[in-house]
Design a protein around this ligand. Structure first.
Ligand code: PEP
Ligand code: MN
Length: 337
């Protein structure tokens, strides 16, 4: 962090600023360049409220150096993070497809879908059991029974599983779940993130519908700084003025995140669009943009799905998509898992 001192400032005020800054755990070096004093600050900058620094009249400009997300930063950790999710390796040049229904509905439903998507090349099965629904009248998920059925499908197919947690009190149900998902609505549930920082299990963190990329990385930081270094980021669309799609897929977030962080970056074209017909094209765009994986909602009977049927593609459509995904992986130099 560099603070530029306004020329002609009252020396007493500059002194007061320095004393105020040094109350924190920081070191301060002053350099004079062409008559302008620059204060270079290093150390625990997170503790300093820089909106208060601006209140000193002698401050002309503040320039941030370094990332506020220390553990997530690629600058600090240049190597790709590779995550072992139930035996499936994620990141580090691999491409991983997660597929499955929005909600676990019944044993035959989840097992049938699991077999189909596995055959097409998905390596991880998804299925919501604790559902965060916009309407309290909508299907809320099978809860712990849903997790049991998902584990049944895991036993049948050998696929690792991912499911969403909405409340930390449900954590004991996730013992045999390989990846815990934090949904978009909970991206800034900091108490939940802190708890998940204490466990040793991969976390799939989805971007909030109205959150910036920096806020997204700061949420990942909550988990990483707690000691859990296995975080997968997932871009799932953000809210914009557009109403024809459920959300707007922020495709630029994918290559940008790949530059900013070493964490694996996934994309979810299903929630990003809400329209099954355009999911395959968006999925391919995500691969082309450099995603380390995709998460796609697949249902054997979308019209009768308990949730998100409109954006769910059929197993046949997923099969066709995976052929193209593999071809696209060849173009961008990713190794399909
Ligand atoms: C989901 O993946 O089922 C889900 C609810 O997604 P999001 O949190 O992105 O809305
Ligand atoms: Mn869904």
């Amino acid at each position: 962090m560099i603070i530029m001192i306004r020329s002609g400032s009252d020396p007493a005020q500059v002194c007061a600023l320095k004393e105020w800054l040094l109350k924190g755990k920081v070191t301060l070096n002053s350099v004079n360049i062409w008559g302008t004093e620059l204060l270079k600050l290093e150390g625990d900058l997170e503790q300093i409220d820089f909106s208060l620094v601006k209140k000193f009249d002698c401050v002309a400009m503040i320039t941030k150096t370094g990332d506020p997300y220390k553990f997530a930063s690629r600058h600090n950790y240049p190597e790709d993070t590779v995550i072992n999710a139930g035996g499936v390796m994620i990141g580090g040049g691999r491409f991983t497809a997660i597929a499955g229904p929005c909600s676990v509905e019944a044993e035959d439903q989840i097992c049938n879908i699991a077999h189909s998507v596995k055959k097409s090349g998905a390596s991880i099965l998804r299925g919501g059991a604790f559902k965060p629904r916009t309407s309290p009248y909508a299907f809320q998920g099978l809860k712990s029974r849903g997790i049991e059925l998902l584990i049944e499908a895991k036993k049948e197919t050998g696929m690792p599983i991912v499911s969403e947690i909405v409340d930390i009190s449900a954590l004991p149900f996730f013992d045999n779940v390989d990846i815990i998902q934090v949904g978009a609505r909970n991206m800034q549930n900091f108490e939940l993130l802190k708890e998940l920082g204490q466990i040793r299990k991969p976390i799939l963190l989805k971007r909030g519908p109205a959150n910036t990329i920096e806020e997204f990385l700061m949420s990942a930081e909550y988990i990483l700084s707690g000691g859990n270094r296995d975080v997968i980021l997932c871009e799932r669309g953000v809210r914009t003025f557009e109403t024809m799609t459920r959300n707007t897929l922020d495709i630029a977030a994918i290559p940008l995140l790949k530059k900013l962080t070493h964490l694996p970056v996934f994309a979810d074209p299903s929630h990003a669009s809400g329209i099954s017909d355009i999911v395959p094209d968006l999925a391919l765009a995500c691969v082309a943009a450099g995603a380390d994986g995709i998460m796609v909602e697949v249902h054997n009977d979308p019209v009768n799905a308990f949730s998100d049927g409109a954006q769910s593609i059929t197993p046949e459509c997923f099969d066709e998509l995976m052929r193209k995904v593999k071809a696209m992986c060849g173009i961008v130099g990713k190794k399909p898992e």
